[in-house]
Design a protein around this ligand. Sequence first.
Ligand code: TRP
Ligand code: SF4
Length: 404
Amino acid sequence: MSLVDSQRRVLSGMRPSGYLHLGHYQGVLKNWVRLQHEYDCFFCIVDWHALTTDYDDVGQISQQVMAMAVDWLAAGVSPSSATLFIQSQVPEHAELQLLLSMICPLSWLERVPSYKEQQEQLHTKDLGTYGFLGYPLLQAADILLYRAGLVPVGADQLPHIEFARDVARRFNHLYGREPGFAVKAEAAILKLGKKTAKLYNGLRKAFQEQGDVEALETARALLKEVQNLTLGDRERLFGYLDGGGRVLLPEPQALLGAAPRLTGLDGQKMAKSNDNAIFLRDAPAEVEEKIRRMPTDPARVHRSDPGEPQRCPVWALHGVYSGEATGQWVQQGCRSASIGCLECKAPLAAAIQAELIPLQQRAEEYQSSPDLVRGILAEGAERARDQARETLVEVRQAMGLSYR
Ligand code: TRP
Ligand code: SF4
């Protein structure tokens, strides 16, 4: 695993909240489905994160995990393209969090905005716990464990990604400069074989003496091709190119999705807690009923009163689900009162129902074979663990914990 590979690796996590809604689908899952074909993707159901706030209500967690896994699969997240797994089935997340906790200043955790915000929002619950304070570090461990360079998240998560970068940087600073780095790097060069070693040395020299950036890129590409290198040697050779130490834990970047937040049935952001969501598994009749009951522009008291789509949550959803022609029809018809609101809602309901049909068929298949879903998650956890173990070997060694 190298610096370059981390740029191809994606990790994201989602709290197990049970059945997912259209906001999750439009804002997150569609993006994941796209990413899984271009990157080496790890998608994690973060059940330990659920415990950081819901430690007093644990009866639902496993059902919510399973329901969410089914919705991921139904939405097209594919176990043949991506690695899907449950956080607690990869205990390495906990070990890395523990090790990172040794170098993580308390003040960094206290200043993460969600710490104070959530304590105020959920004021009926005691969130003065060690677990809650530490959850950004758990999230950092989720990411750094896979050396993921890219983390698709919403804007609300940016402080957490920044925090993970800070932790990685501190870790690399403390442990990346192993004693005898240059000697070990030179030894690693010898393992490249004569021809490749000569190439590597030439390119390294060209970069270090003439600042030839192309040579640096070529050398990195060269290292990517080389087989039979240990993880440690590979990193040394990457680090040796630009003179630094080893980058043990690459700093991750957020990958912000293009889709804006989806509007809910009442015009607020669609969220389960706002009770304004259409769920992926809502039956067609339910979708129709929810849309039918949506409030519209209050100016349209009578069918003959003209309205303004900008003031109407139905229009916000048309923006996502309807094409140009329908959009024109709505704007024109609403402002001239030539269409009624029920008429306006019909193509929207139909578009949502049509999008959900194939998804619901897949959901039903997975729902009726829970062993299949459990198998997918178990296999995902195995694949994740293979990667996680590799990182931890390096991390333990860097922190002085090697006994072989
Ligand atoms: N904290 C994230 C949220 O509340 C979930 C999460 C946990 C996560 N671990 C992650 C997201 C790692 C991205 C990467 O949405
Ligand atoms: Fe909203 Fe459509 Fe009614 Fe206009 S016609 S107020 S856009 S539902």
